[in-house]
Design a binder for this molecule. Structure first.
Ligand code: SAM
Length: 239
């Protein structure tokens, strides 16, 4: 079954946007995944096609109406097995393990909020799982949804040229990735670390592991602690 995502948005014209180029775009064109962007406003019923209203209890801004959004979700007919997500700064943080979980499933229905957010009752009534892409506030959920979709799509079978490149990169084992080098052999007086051109695969693997551990320990003590803070070697690239 093809991985398929349905995005509910007030701005369907934003899609596929960046998802239509490069790795994700080629995979979309070749049918490795499917994207449907649906206009929430199509479910508005009044003559002004309004989707938002003032917050109950007062305060600034507008809130996406529960009835309109629920109708849009129902009309999308996602089926019972697909995760239903709401992009939201107060949601569960998007991590590589959540991405992997979503990539293994049938593909999510994703609601993109706007304004001050969405009426709480639709979150509960339609069982939306809130997902955040970081501790900052975007003006809408579309860019957050694109980040989530892009991260999932690159893990789908056949999308990445070499499947191994997904297994060895940042977060795959709770570690940041080791530093990468390519030509030229020397750049502005900086050579490539000798071990990487030694041809000794075991030593290269050991060096990369030590660098990944050291970088994680210094840059992301939270990730390091979550792995149990295993002993690592000091890195040349540690900052
Ligand atoms: N009033 C909300 C709050 O303080 O939590 C922020 C609403 S924001 C201006 C509008 C929409 O952008 C949200 O409903 C959500 O869909 C999306 N959004 C903003 N920041 C996000 C983030 N860090 N992760 C995921 N979605 C985000």
């Amino acid at each position: 079954m093809t991985w398929r995502t349905t995005v509910l948005t007030l701005f369907p014209e934003m899609f596929p946007g960046p998802l239509g180029v490069s790795l994700a775009g080629k995979a979309l064109a070749s049918g490795l995944w499917e994207l449907e962007a649906r206009d929430i406003r199509a479910s508005a019923t009044d003559k002004h096609r309004s989707v938002d209203d003032t917050p109950a209890g007062g305060g600034p801004g507008m809130v996406l109406r529960a009835d309109v959004l629920a109708a849009a979700i129902d009309a999308a007919d996602a089926g019972p097995d697909r995760p239903r997500l709401l992009m939201s700064p107060r949601g569960r943080p998007l991590t590589q393990s959540l991405v992997a979980e979503l990539a293994e499933g049938p593909g999510p229905l994703i609601v993109c909020g706007r304004f001050e957010g969405v009426d709480q009752r639709v979150i509960e009534a339609r069982n939306l799982q809130e997902v955040s892409i970081g501790d900052y506030v975007l003006s809408g959920g579309e860019i957050a949804a694109m980040a989530l979709i892009d991260a999932c799509v690159r893990l789908l079978p056949g999308v990445m040229g070499k499947q191994a490149s997904g297994e060895d990169e940042s977060f795959s084992e709770g570690l940041l990735e080791y530093p990468q080098y390519t030509r030229p052999p020397e750049f502005e007086g900086r050579p490539i670390p000798e071990i990487l051109i030694s041809g000794d695969h075991a030593k290269v693997a050991g060096w990369r592991r030590a660098e990944a551990e050291a970088l994680t320990r210094t840059r992301r003590p939270d990730l390091w602690a979550a792995r149990g803070g295993q002993k690592g070697t000091k890195s040349k690239t540690e900052g």
